[in-house]
Design a protein around this ligand. Structure first.
Ligand SMILES: [Zn+2]
Length: 538
């Protein structure tokens, strides 16, 4: 008797999930394409042809992608995830068209939240008819007894009412390092720049653990809907990292996170004593420092004065000695240093300090966050010392309307120079800096490639010599962002053995018409093989 041929069904390997009939951009080293992804126990077991994988695997769940487009889960290399979540429960001032508009929104918010501090975020006077900073008279009249603090979109300036200033003990003529308390005709205007904002924020009651947890879960929901599967949170206290870890271990927080700790003795002591934290969902190995402020509020530290404020060059947020001593201990302990640097002077100082401790070619992946305005003689540091420029393409298209006023034409040529920076190491991670910018990675892609706003301005794009190709932009949001976090072996591409983190989009970002890109919809998001967002049901 002949041995019966096993039915193909019996010989099939049982797996959790098969997604087929898709165009799969694997973002492997060849940027190769496939049609199907097979997933088991949270990992990718195969990527290939639809028919072959259907024959090979018996999947518990099968999803017909109907010809739509799969990319690796999108990674935001620079965000403020927790702040974004907290902001979802504060007065939203993004997109306000005037100071009066801000006041209206604050009034509405105050009516809905009847007690305590009023905290708001997201105003930008550069978007208003009057581009000067507002002053706080009306805010003080409206809220004589309730403290109010409203942060500018970049977080580098805020306006407080008199009650808040009083509680914080801020007085006209106060001086502090790395900050400015604005005074006009001998009176406080309520405007606080950089470190001065902390005087007031330090008086705002800390959110409770329940509020923090809610903020993280609220942020996660929005980010999954946007196709993000990993976010870097740039600057949290170690206690927040532990809270994140506990929510992840309870399986409530499924977002993968790279958390940079703050430049504080507590955080250095904690990480040096306990060592790096690395789980499948959390990676803590870096410190976030601030070299200078932002360009919008003229807090970025420039080598030459601002073109629109003679004699003013901005300032460093700490002394050079401080940055040097931090670099020294971070290098000695083998951790990663990530420094916010916007102005060409703020960048140069950090590049020089990084070079001193990195010594030459290396794989420490020390990062400059933003790397926004670079002196033309300083680009070489990135390549010579393998310093990673971590950039946010939407900053270019948000700032392009006024960046030239601040910098003048000559310096502007070397600002937002994403391509030139990428060429230094051959790779570049991309992010958004949300909530400074929108969370959408589709907007990042559009800004990186087309360098225009949503209305197609400017025609032809802003400084197109610094545009990235579509492939580079996709890599920047996936495998290169993973690499900036030392995670390229576990995520960032769809290859056997990696986490099954991926998104299903309704458009082909590699081919879609420029005018259609911003209409791209996230249909589904998967983390660890689990569907965490479905456009149909969420
Ligand atoms: Zn940031």
């Amino acid at each position: 008797m002949s041995i019966p041929i096993l039915s193909s069904c019996n010989s099939k390997q049982k797996i959790d999930l098969l997604v087929y009939h898709a165009t799969v951009y694997t973002v492997d080293s060849n940027f190769s394409k496939a049609e199907a992804v097979a997933v088991d126990k949270g990992k990718i077991v195969a990527v290939g042809n639809s028919e072959e994988l259907q024959n090979e695997f018996d999947a518990n769940e099968k999803i017909d992608a109907k010809g739509k487009f799969i990319f690796p889960g999108l990674i935001d290399a620079h965000s403020h995830f927790l702040d974004y979540g907290l902001g979802l429960n504060q007065a939203d001032l993004v997109g306000t068209t005037s100071w009066n508009d801000v006041l209206d929104r604050v009034k509405t918010f105050a009516a809905q939240h009847e007690e305590g501090w009023i905290v708001g975020n997201g105003w930008d006077q550069n978007d208003w008819p009057v581009k000067a900073f507002p002053t706080n008279e009306t805010l003080t009249e409206l809220f004589p007894d309730r403290p109010v603090i409203l942060s500018r979109i970049d977080g580098h300036a805020a306006i407080a009412n008199n009650k808040a200033l009083e509680l914080a003990g801020v007085k006209a003529g106060d001086k502090l390092e790395g900050g400015e308390v604005e005074v006009f005709n001998g009176k406080l205007t309520g405007i606080l720049i950089d470190n001065a904002t902390r005087l007031v924020y330090s008086k705002v009651p800390n959110p409770t653990t329940a509020q923090l947890s809610k903020a993280l879960l609220d942020a996660q929901k929005k980010c999954f809907a946007a196709g993000l599967t990993t976010v870097s949170d740039c600057g949290l206290d170690y206690s927040m990292a532990l809270l994140i870890d506990s929510l992840q271990k309870k399986d409530q927080l499924k977002m993968r996170m790279f958390v940079m700790l703050t430049d504080s003795k507590r955080d250095y002591d904690f990480l040096f004593k306990n060592g790096k934290i690395k789980t499948d969902r959390l990676n803590v190995r870096a410190f976030k420092l601030f070299s200078d402020g932002a360009l919008g509020s003229r807090g970025a530290c420039l080598l030459q004065p601002y073109s629109d404020k003679p004699g003013w060059s901005g300032f460093l947020l700490s002394s050079r000695e401080h940055f040097d001593s931090c670099a020294k201990i971070i290098a000695a302990h083998g951790f990663q240093m990530c420094t916010h640097a916007i102005g060409d002077s703020g960048n140069r100082i950090m590049l020089e300090i990084y070079a001193k401790y990195l010594k030459g070619k290396n794989d420490q992946r020390w990062r400059i966050e933003h790397a926004q305005v670079i002196n033309k003689n300083d680009f070489h540091y990135f390549g010579d010392y393998n310093i990673i420029p971590s950039v946010q393409p939407t900053h270019a298209t948000s700032d392009m309307y006024w960046a030239g006023d601040r910098l003048g034409t000559e310096r502007l040529k070397y600002a937002y120079a994403n391509k030139e920076l990428m060429n230094e190491n051959g790779w570049i991670p991309l992010g958004t800096d949300f909530p400074v910018e929108d969370i959408s990675p589709i907007k990042t892609f559009y800004a990186a490639v087309f360098r225009q706003d949503a209305k197609g301005f400017p025609p032809g794009g802003f400084e197109m010599e610094n545009a990235l190709t579509r492939e580079e932009a996709i890599r920047g949001m996936t495998i290169w962002a993973a690499k900036a976090n030392f995670e390229e072996h576990e995520k960032g591409s769809l290859e056997k053995g990696k986490f099954a983190d991926f998104v299903l989009l309704d458009k082909d970002l590699m081919k879609a018409d420029e005018k259609d890109v911003l209409n791209t919809k996230v249909l589904m998001t998967f983390v660890n093989g689990e569907k965490v967002f479905d456009q149909k049901t969420d």
